[in-house]
Design a binder for this molecule. Structure first.
Ligand SMILES: Cc1cc2nc3c(=O)[nH]c(=O)nc-3n(C[C@H](O)[C@H](O)[C@H](O)COP(=O)(O)O)c2cc1C
Length: 355
């Protein structure tokens, strides 16, 4: 079924195609019978898939990454795909339009995308006004970012205000400081800036009556030394986990025309780099810091590799575009099969040698 739908969607501008896919998911989620049908076709239930990370229990380790449903418009439909978690956003305090279109390019032969979206979103009020319906057992993460026109030195105010706003609706919060499409944003990953920002964020988290885990999402373009610095800042400020990775500014493996495009690359050309970063993070932290692995997971085997590298959870985005929504189910089935073959009682144990 999906190859047919994909050939139709791929005739459209990538952002329009995404809008249609999201509208379809929203519609399917709103109608009880289609939602039930989708859930029945998607569900892979196994105790082996259950994972515990940053104080939360997840039905399975597979989620959809930030950017797919920025405004929380299709929560029920997406959750019916059998997700362990769904990360909404990136949401900003005030609505913003993002960069000029076209701002997503497809490189189908490489199974990659280049996007320069720049956090277009309807703002946090609109996100909170959405009725998420019943997300079932799916955990909801909300990914937050600063507005483009907020000066970098005031970024902490945006992030802290957003934590206050979304803290009661989110199972976890992801702090996005790694998008290449908001000028200067990645500078927040620098050691001193990061310690100050994460310190302020942790104080806001800890002052709230209900503690919500806060994770930080990092770029794949950091050097080994910079990754170590990020890990030190995370440890000093007791941040609950790391999401690795966002898109890369590297254009390796893509044709010449991609080099001229602004923005970040996702998909198969990111797989090796993101996998390497998961390995590095797991090794450096000895498995003590929960890792949400994302970047270039396009097949069930990519997901197995990422769990083996020490991930607690995994996320997909570009894989959904090229492989379709049932990629989620296929990944879960392969994870169960791998555990059975290796005599493991939990998918989490796949990563034991890497931690
Ligand atoms: C069109 C598009 C929009 C994205 N928007 C966001 C976003 O708003 N916030 C964010 O943290 N990541 C965003 N991402 C990055 C993804 O969440 C993910 O980290 C990245 O694409 C790598 O995973 P993938 O190779 O599976 O796509 C976006 C990615 C794409 C392709």
């Amino acid at each position: 079924m999906y190859p047919l739908l994909r050939s139709l969607l791929f005739r459209l501008d990538p952002e329009d195609a995404h809008g249609h896919a999201l509208a379809l998911a929203r519609m399917a989620g709103r109608l009880g019978p289609t939602r039930a049908l989708l859930a029945a076709a998607s569900r892979v239930s196994s105790p082996m898939l259950r994972v515990r990370a940053f104080g939360l229990d997840f039905e399975n380790p597979v989620g959809i990454a930030a950017g797919y449903d920025k405004d929380g418009r299709a929560v029920q439909g997406l959750c019916a795909l059998g997700l362990g978690h769904l990360e909404l956003g990136t949401v900003t305090l005030r609505p913003q339009v993002g960069n000029q279109r076209p701002r997503i390019a497809r490189f189908a032969a490489q199974r990659a995308l280049v996007n320069s979206m720049g956090f277009p979103n309807a703002g946090v009020d609109a996100l909170l006004a959405q009725d998420f319906g019943s997300p079932g057992r799916t955990r909801i993460g909300i990914n937050i970012g600063k507005n483009k026109d907020t000066p970098l030195e005031d970024a902490a105010q945006d992030y802290c205000a957003l934590i206050e706003r979304v803290g009661d609706r989110a199972d976890y919060i992801a702090v996005n400081i790694s998008s290449p499409n908001t000028p200067g944003l990645r500078k927040l990953q620098d050691r001193a800036a990061l310690e100050a920002l994460l310190g302020a964020i942790a104080r806001t988290r800890d002052a709230r009556p209900r503690r919500v885990p806060v994770l930080v999402k990092i770029a794949p373009d950091l050097s080994e030394h910079e990754v170590d610095e990020v890990l030190e800042a995370i440890a000093h400020t007791a941040i609950d986990g790391v999401i690795a990775t966002n898109t890369t500014t590297d254009r390796s493996g893509l044709p010449e025309e991609a080099v001229k495009l602004p923005g970040g690359t996702s998909g198969a050309t990111l797989t090796a780099r993101a996998l390497g970063l998961t390995r590095q993070l797991a090794r450096r932290t000895g498995g003590r810091l929960p890792i949400v692995a994302v970047g270039g997971i396009l097949s069930p085997q990519d997901a197995v590799d990422r769990m083996r590298a020490g991930a607690h959870l995994i996320q997909v985005y570009t894989g959904l575009i090229y492989s379709g929504p049932f990629l989620i189910r296929a990944i879960q089935k392969e994870l169960v099969r791998t555990c059975e073959r290796e005599g493991l009682s939990s998918v989490f144990d796949l990563g034991a040698p890497s931690r």
